[in-house]
Design a protein around this ligand. Structure first.
Ligand code: NCD
Ligand code: ZN
Length: 368
């Protein structure tokens, strides 16, 4: 397999992370820098969700106290309590955006959105205050109760839930052309094409895990199950190619989503989410190497191209200073390191199984 062997990159910007709270937060936080990341955009789907500026600021302080050397960008969870006044307050508090979870499509999304139109005054205020709108781009699946009333072409499952969402993306962009929108964790070629067809205010996030798997890998392995689910091999290759895409519209967001092992394997329906935080950068480089080895990606992918995907584009979209400003670098080296079978909390009460457990990956060190 083609290998970079050793390479030096800018610290990554991870534009989509789930860090949770309490013991899970304390366990996950050290893995941010371990994965080569110095700046993260923190998802608000705690229990209860982060719907007020005060809760977001308090959460940011809890995170910052545990990791003074990481920059945390915060986002609010869109629900009925959020008004244009909340958005003005959020802008003053340095909150970067608002996340939309369609009701019922993923972990802790019960309080999510059903009707986008009713939030238009909020989106208007976001556009004025230059906050980012983060979209979980799926529509809810059709329930068996609706079979009979839904026409065949209208039936939604996890496989077409993302393409079915794309008209909403297009409409929001048409109605709010200056609003910066991120279609999070793109999983389909259709989604990539929809993002490409929008103006420069619309970008797409790409995870590490979707670069490795397709739907066949999800069936039978709860640790590959996340929302949106991985789709076809064609989609997977399209995602890999989007890393080097000339549109410059796609950047990294792991969607690392840790769950205790019991929630993934407890005999119930497994919780959605793949845990990738500690190997965020390493996994992307591994996936790119696999892409080159299979002839999906060009041999001559440069360090600059990797840097753009992992760090540059996302920072520019979020109006952050370039990584070069603090002069730090990360160094990746092949030393036969393997992704562990589990990550445990200090008190042993929580066990999280990482994505690609047991697989070889790069060793990563920080250079200041
Ligand atoms: C996320 C989680 O566990 O919070 N799960 C996931 O499958 N990605 C929620 C989300 O981003 O959809
Ligand atoms: Zn997520």
């Amino acid at each position: 397999m083609t290998r970079f062997q050793k390479l030096e990159l800018s610290p990554a910007y991870d534009s989509h992370v789930h860090l949770r709270d309490g013991t899970m937060m304390e366990t996950v936080i050290p893995t941010i820098r371990q994965g080569g990341v110095d700046t993260v955009y923190v998802m608000p789907n705690l229990v209860p969700p982060i719907t007020t500026v005060a809760a977001a600021v308090a959460y940011r302080e809890r995170l910052q106290a545990l990791a003074p050397d990481v920059k945390f960008l915060m986002t609010l969870y869109l629900d009925k309590s959020i008004t244009p006044a909340t958005i003005a307050e959020a802008a003053r508090a340095g909150i970067a955006g608002v996340k939309v979870y369609p009701a019922g499509v993923t972990t802790n999304s019960e309080a999510g959105v059903l009707d986008y139109q009713s939030y238009y005054p909020v989106f208007e205020a976001m556009q004025e205050h230059d906050l980012v709108l983060n979209l979980h781009g799926e529509v809810p699946s059709t329930s068996a109760h609706d079979v009979g009333t839904a026409a065949d072409g209208d039936v939604v499952t996890v496989l077409n839930a993302e393409p079915k969402f794309l008209p909403t993306l297009r409409k929001l962009h048409a109605d709010f052309p200056r609003l910066r929108i991120v279609l999070e964790h793109c999983t389909t070629k259709e989604a990539l094409d929809a993002v490409r067809a929008c103006g420069p205010t619309v970008a797409g996030g790409i995870t590490a895990h979707h670069l490795f798997i397709d739907i066949s890998d999800v069936c039978g392995d709860a640790f590959n199950f996340c929302k949106p689910v991985a789709k076809t091999p064609v989609d997977r290759v399209a995602l890999l190619k989007a890393i080097v895409d000339e549109s410059g519209k796609f950047f990294f967001g792991t969607d690392s989503a840790p769950h205790p092992i019991e929630a993934k394997k407890g005999g119930k329906k497994p919780a959605a989410g793949c845990f990738t935080q500690g190997w965020a950068t390493q996994l992307v480089v591994d996936a790119v190497e696999e892409g080159i080895a299979n002839g999906w990606l060009p041999e001559d992918i440069s360090v600059e191209t990797l840097d753009e995907f992992l760090s540059g584009r996302g920072r520019r979209f979020y109006k952050l200073p370039p990584a070069s400003q603090n002069g730090r670098k990360i160094v990746l080296d092949r030393k036969g390191e393997k992704i562990p079978e589990a990550l445990r909390s200090k008190d042993g009460s929580i066990e999280v199984v990482p994505f690609r457990r047991g697989e070889e990956t790069y060793s990563l060190t920080w250079k200041s």
